[in-house]
Design a protein around this ligand. Structure first.
Ligand SMILES: Cc1cc2nc3c(=O)[nH]c(=O)nc-3n(C[C@H](O)[C@H](O)[C@H](O)COP(=O)(O)OP(=O)(O)OC[C@H]3O[C@@H](n4cnc5c(N)ncnc54)[C@H](O)[C@@H]3O)c2cc1C
Length: 384
């Protein structure tokens, strides 16, 4: 494995929201989204903020994203993502059980919270979809929320209701990835850290080698899984994938008062921010900005997230001491991963996990390893 950083999971998988949430896995490209995104263009902070760039790739991606916002495409894309996410959760549970790997994991569900009447109306609609799909959940009235997350009672927000996805889970994606790499190393996998892949060389419809900043590598099969950075690497082999980096932010701090912190995780639908307990830490993550790879963590985003956090959980942690982070979701216009053979017979893709990469990772990797080994995957997966 060739990795440009000095350890695994120092990029997008470093400090995400920690939600393993097949219940709500689905594409962002949805009916009504183009109008909302247009309105958000004119707000300083918004759940999804497009900052138009002089960048053809951004415009081409946005055009494809918009084309996926029809009801028919949304339904099809969601069904594919749901199937992968549920399969992936089963794979993650199996790895956890077999290896005993520890990653501040908890199986206590995720609570989606609604603040306005219109959010609650949409919530009721979502609950109907969850029922149709057979996904375990409880629809909660405003009075029932405190029983699930008592610390919300100390906050300064009232809710119109919530949906508790009782089978969703939480855990630290970086810890898991780092420790999984250790286990793989013990089984013979070799990692080449501090090594950047620069180019795939191709001849006769096959990859012939990987050029890096250190050695050149030759292999029977090549997998590109470089997250949002995969587009450039694949372009060197003449392969184009519609990936755009969708920036998000998080903050992490030690919990100072356990009874003032969430028991598990909440998804605040009003701000689209997720607040998750990861062992003794609190992780808060959200926001989505389309402006290329700009890693600046600006004041508007910090203020927006901190204000909402302090409104919901005023006393859980010393928020001034938070560690801030930003990462780039490797997003496809339809939400679904690009997985499997690429068009070159010995080159495989495992890219485009978007906002659901931690949820889907163990499933996409299992399907891919089956494909490379010539076994029929347990989950059928086709490019469209
Ligand atoms: C704010 C935020 C919150 C999120 N919350 C959740 C959540 O709650 N649940 C969930 O399921 N998902 C969540 N996600 C999404 C999830 O984090 C991503 O989908 C996932 O981390 C993507 O993993 P990846 O392995 O594809 O990419 P990465 O983690 O970025 O890994 C790619 C690796 O490739 C390496 N690399 C890149 N280019 C090269 C090169 N040329 N040579 C060598 N190495 C290279 C990088 O250094 C990196 O280590 C969130 C994302 C963000 C930003």
């Amino acid at each position: 494995m060739v990795e440009r950083n000095s350890a695994p999971a120092l990029e997008t998988s470093f400090a995400n929201a920690g939600g393993i949430c097949p219940g709500f896995a689905g594409p962002w490209a949805a009916p009504g989204m183009p109008l909302k995104a247009l309105r958000w263009l004119f707000q300083d902070t918004a759940p999804l903020k497009i900052r138009p760039q002089l960048d053809l790739a951004q415009w081409a991606w946005l055009a494809k994203f918009t084309a996926n916002c029809t009801k028919a495409r949304f339904d099809r894309n969601k069904a594919r993502m749901q199937a992968m996410a549920h399969y992936a959760k089963a794979c993650l549970d199996q790895i956890t059980e077999e290896t005993g790997i520890e990653y501040d994991a908890a199986q206590k569900g995720i609570l989606h919270l609604f603040t306005t009447e219109s959010e609650m109306t949409l919530g009721h609609r979502s609950a109907k979809v969850l029922s149709d799909l057979g996904i375990a959940h409880r629809l909660l009235s405003s009075d029932e929320i405190a029983a699930v997350e008592p610390a919300l009672g100390q906050g300064n927000e009232t809710f119109t209701g919530g949906i508790h996805l009782t089978e969703d889970a939480t855990g630290d994606c970086r810890l898991f990835t780092d420790r999984l790499a250790d286990l793989a190393r013990k089984r013979g996998a070799r990692f080449h850290f501090d090594t950047s892949a620069t180019r795939l060389t191709v001849a006769d419809g096959q990859v012939t080698g990987l050029e890096t900043t250190a050695d050149r590598f030759e292999a029977d099969a090549y997998v590109v899984a470089a997250g949002p950075f995969s587009r450039a690497l694949l372009a060197s082999a003449g392969i184009s994938v519609p990936l755009y980096p969708v920036k998000g932010y998080s903050l992490t701090c030690p919990i100072s008062d356990s009874s003032a912190a969430p028991v598990s995780s909440i998804m605040d639908e009003h701000s689209k921010i997720m607040i998750t307990r990861l062992g003794t830490r609190l992780r808060v993550a959200g926001m989505a900005e389309l402006e290329g790879f700009n890693a600046n963590i600006g004041q508007p985003a910090r203020t927006f997230m901190l204000d909402r956090l302090k409104t919901l959980f005023p006393a859980a942690a010393q928020y001034e001491q938070a560690d801030w982070w930003c990462g780039f979701r490797p997003m496809t216009p339809d939400g679904a991963v690009r997985l499997g053979q690429s068009g070159l017979s010995n080159l495989f893709l495992n890219v485009g996990h978007g906002s659901n990469g931690w949820t889907q990772a163990c499933g996409t990797s299992k399907v891919l390893s089956d494909l490379i080994a010539g076994r029929p995957p347990e989950l059928a997966w086709h490019h469209h």
